[in-house]
Design a protein around this ligand. Sequence first.
Ligand SMILES: [Ca+2]
Ligand SMILES: [Ca+2]
Length: 297
Amino acid sequence: MRTSRYLVLALALASCSPSPGFPPAPDYAPASTAGPTVPGAEATVGVSPPADEAVVVRVFDGDSLIAELDDGSEVEVRLLGINAPEGSECHGDAARDTLEQLVDSTTVTLVAGSEDSDQYNRLLRYLYIDGLNVNLALIANGDAIALQSDHGMDKEFVAMTASAAAARLGMWAPDVCGAEPAPPGVAIVDYVYDPRGRDADDPNGEWIAIANEGSDPIDMSAWILRDESTQHRFRFPDGFILDNNDEVLVRSGCGRDSATDLYWCADDPVWSNGGDTAILQLSSGVVVSWKTYPGDF
Ligand SMILES: [Ca+2]
Ligand SMILES: [Ca+2]
């Protein structure tokens, strides 16, 4: 699996021809035997944003690295608009390996979007190699998901995340991080991400509904509900059973768990009003169900 993924990326890079500026990236998801086709892989940059040539000297994880600029200075870069699994999470090591294979010791072009840096003073950048948008390629490969904010390419990134998830590539694969398959019939079926008024005043007005439409009760002990960021992870309580033909709401605030309502008890509202993705996973990390709602910037 890993070999074929690298093959896809290697083929993609090999097919790119160097050209000045930042032209649309070529189609890097071949409809060959290497794997399912990911449609709509073309990336565009419609303006001439600030750009720097740099050599990648160290890859931290699937979405951050150190690069050396022409003047010899080193900068920490966070790939803009994406989030890769952490090293401690399912597919985290694989995502890091993919980015390292693509860019380590390689000259890349760092292109700014509408956000310049993050809270840790890391540069937020698109990475280009010969016209290939690495950020988008990682999403297309299932090594990262879109982070919804209005950085400029967010709609393409969200659409590509949906394509990779539908094709069950990388982190979305049914057999990722262990052989235990997800039981059929369990799915995210509904949500409220923006309750009336300030969300912080009504945290339990934010919820995700999960239904068991299968034929058997499902033990959801230690299953994970997460958003597209790294901050928010909810673990289902030990012994929680979702009966067939039943539904449970996972509410963002605090409360007493019951068969119909579970409480995240998060410090802040969980579900971004600017667009987000809810992902339900087995304890192993295998994705059971996901749902994306759009941002309204
Ligand atoms: Ca609200
Ligand atoms: Ca919200």
